[in-house]
Ligand binder design. Structure first.
Ligand SMILES: [Zn+2]
Length: 529
């Protein structure tokens, strides 16, 4: 207090009250100076301080939180803003400057040597699915399930995800997640649109079940249609309106014929087009789940706004990771169409945990899962469940077998991601948490691992930040509120010790998460039993 707190052309803060008490008030001789002389001395001093800085006259901020002297990095800026002061008030970003002086009633947060970025957005999560415990474990250990669930919303925040988008949400999960005491901003697509007998709707439960899916009648797969359901209730329009009625900001449709291995009924292009038209009428973003060359092509033919998943399925030798011309061509077509892609490399990479449990030793896992869940996964019972799952996968895998297939799928996802980078396809960040069985997609940490995948495959760090903030917000119609550090936007921010434009590991150095302008120490989000 009372010193020059910053470099040459920055704030010269003279005291908490702004009347120079630390400089003059301690001097008992001060009383002998006449008030006029004192006033003149002060004026001269202040004028002296402002020489050369007339354009940056200081401005006292006496309300809200002031993050002081931070390096502000945000995708709408061509370069970081150094020595920035950012004021948060009423849950929003109120002011940004390099000359803001906190008054006595402002709450000050020292940003010196630190980096401030927008809160991250993960636009592909499934909060209601378990990423660690299988159905048997949930039944046998309800206390573990309760502990796991309690940590899910905190885990997203701990890894910097202040907004998440759930792509296939049940109402019961929505109610649960919304009622947790501390959770990221939460958007949903309602229930994804599915084909009876197909992916995620293999067995259609009774219509009264809370698990009854959002079905659409697919004429080309009529043989799988449950006889008890009236086709007229399951048009594309009705499916879209069901999602909209559930509060969805967008609509997702599944085109999944079986990951190149199975032959499941799926959504064909004509029906997809009808869904697209209905979504457009309601001004909803239209997303298609697709990971094969054929389904990508179908999504492009139906003018999807976003394709969820990278590209790792194509005809030919399963074990061959090299993308064929058909894969490069469909990526080039996506680039031409300006279709946004969500590569979700962790969807396949997360399956490694079935074979290799070394993720259990990652110290970051303790931010993601409660200790009791980690203990269970390390226990004999956890290992047994993992072996049983591995056996299932091995039995279901065609030649050359699960291990080489998984290795090839991971390599394919990386290889096609590199083609997307080369072609400048617009990318949005989504982790698909959890996308696979096993514990390989733990909440929050899975997004951090996906950031790593992007960096490892050569994505520039500025592109990674942009895809995870502003581009995600823009793609989902949220950019008026989220995605950048601009006055008026929601004060969802991250304070990092390290520079995210220097190394992707900076995302492990989050110190403070601001959610709606409220600071949360990352350490306070660590999981407890
Ligand atoms: Zn998903």
């Amino acid at each position: 207090m009372g010193e020059f707190v910053r470099s040459s052309c920055r704030t010269r803060y003279l005291g908490r009250s702004g009347v120079n008490t630390p400089i003059f008030g301690g001097n008992p001789k001060g009383a002998v100076l006449s008030n006029r002389l004192l006033a003149r001395t002060l004026t001269a001093y202040i004028v002296f301080l402002n020489v050369g800085c007339a354009a940056h006259a200081q401005h006292v901020v006496d309300q809200g939180i002031v993050i002081e002297n931070v390096t502000l990095i945000s995708p709408e800026r061509a370069a970081p803003l150094r020595h920035a002061d950012v004021v948060l008030r009423g849950g929003r970003i109120a002011e940004i400057g390099t000359n803001l002086v906190p008054g006595p009633h402002a709450r000050r947060i020292d940003g010196s040597g630190r980096f401030l970025v927008p809160g991250l957005i993960d636009s592909h999560v499934h909060v209601g699915h378990s990423a660690a415990l299988d159905d048997d474990a949930i039944e046998a250990y309800p206390e573990l399930w309760a502990a796991y669930r309690a940590q899910v919303p905190r885990a997203y925040l701990a890894f910097g995800f202040t907004s998440i988008v759930d792509l296939d949400l049940r109402q019961s999960d929505q109610a649960w997640f919304g009622s947790t005491p501390l959770h990221p901003r939460f958007y949903s697509w309602g229930r994804g649109i599915k084909v009876a007998g197909g992916y995620m709707a293999f067995n259609v439960p009774s219509i009264s079940s809370p698990n009854f899916p959002n079905l659409v009648y697919e004429p080309k797969e009529a043989e799988h249609w449950p006889k008890t359901l009236d086709i007229g209730d399951y048009t594309a329009e009705r499916a879209v309106s069901r999602a909209a009625d559930a509060g969805a900001i967008c609509v997702k449709a599944f085109v999944e014929s079986g990951f190149g291995t199975f032959s499941w009924p799926y959504l064909h292009t004509e029906t997809l087009r009808k869904i697209q038209t209905a979504a457009r009428e309601r001004k909803l973003v239209f997303m298609v789940h697709a990971n094969s060359v054929d389904s990508w092509r179908s999504a492009l033919d139906a003018h999807a706004d976003i394709i969820a998943h990278g590209l790792w399925v194509w005809p030919g030798d399963f074990g061959d990771a090299m993308p064929p011309p058909a894969a490069s061509n469909v990526i080039a077509a996506a680039a031409r169409a300006g279709t946004r892609l969500q590569p979700t490399m962790q969807t396949v990479a997360g399956e490694r945990a079935i074979l290799d449990p070394s993720l259990l030793n990652d110290p970051r896992l303790t931010m993601s899962l409660p200790p009791a869940v980690i203990d269970y996964l390390r226990s004999a019972a956890g290992a047994k469940a993992r072996t049983a799952l591995l056996d299932e996968y091995r039995k279901a895998s065609p030649p050359p077998g699960f291990e080489p297939l998984l290795r090839a799928a991971i390599e394919r996802a990386q290889a096609t991601f590199k083609v997307m980078l080369q072609d400048h396809v617009p990318l949005v960040f989504g982790s698909d948490t959890p996308g696979v069985d096993g514990f390989g997609n733990p909440p929050g940490l899975n997004g951090r691992l996906e950031l790593q995948n992007w960096a490892a495959a050569g994505a520039p760090l500025s592109l990674i930040l942009r895809a995870t903030t502003l581009d995600n917000a823009t793609a989902f119609g949220l950019s008026h509120e989220l995605g950048s550090i601009e006055v008026g936007k929601r004060a969802d921010l991250l304070l990092l010790r390290e520079n995210p434009l220097a190394n992707v590991s900076a995302y492990d150095s989050i110190e403070t998460i601001f959610l709606d302008g409220e600071p949360i120490a990352r350490e306070a989000l660590r999981a407890h039993n």
